[in-house]
Design a binder for this molecule. Structure first.
Ligand code: ZN
Length: 108
């Protein structure tokens, strides 16, 4: 490692900024990060970025609720980060955006 090399965290932060700014191009795989310091292979960097996302999520609070799908009326108990909008949760029937909390109290 070179002495003036960026730390792993700095790399990830820069990478996240890059992704935010070029999200569509990166997703379409027509744009690669223009970082000379990246000797690593592109996929490894992406994986590392995902690890970072998981690390952040680990610090979030989770909520456990009984949900019901308004499309198929399936009920299930789900655990998800409290910041997750209910409209993003998916029922096993494949419907996204139909889940609401039943209000069922949960045992401690
Ligand atoms: Zn459903």
């Amino acid at each position: 490692m070179k002495e003036n090399q960026m730390t792993r965290q700095e790399m990830i932060t820069d990478f996240q900024h890059f992704l935010d700014a070029h999200k569509e191009e990166v997703e379409a795989n027509i744009c690669q990060p223009p970082f000379d310091f990246l000797d690593d292979d592109w996929e490894e960097v992406q994986e590392r970025s995902m690890e970072n996302v998981v690390d952040i999520e680990k610090n979030l609070e989770y909520e456990v609720s009984e949900l019901i799908c308004l499309k198929c009326l399936h009920r299930w108990i789900d655990i998800y980060p409290v910041i997750t909008p209910l409209k993003e949760l998916e029922c096993k029937c494949g419907a996204v955006g139909y889940a609401i909390k039943t209000g069922q109290t949960m045992p401690e």
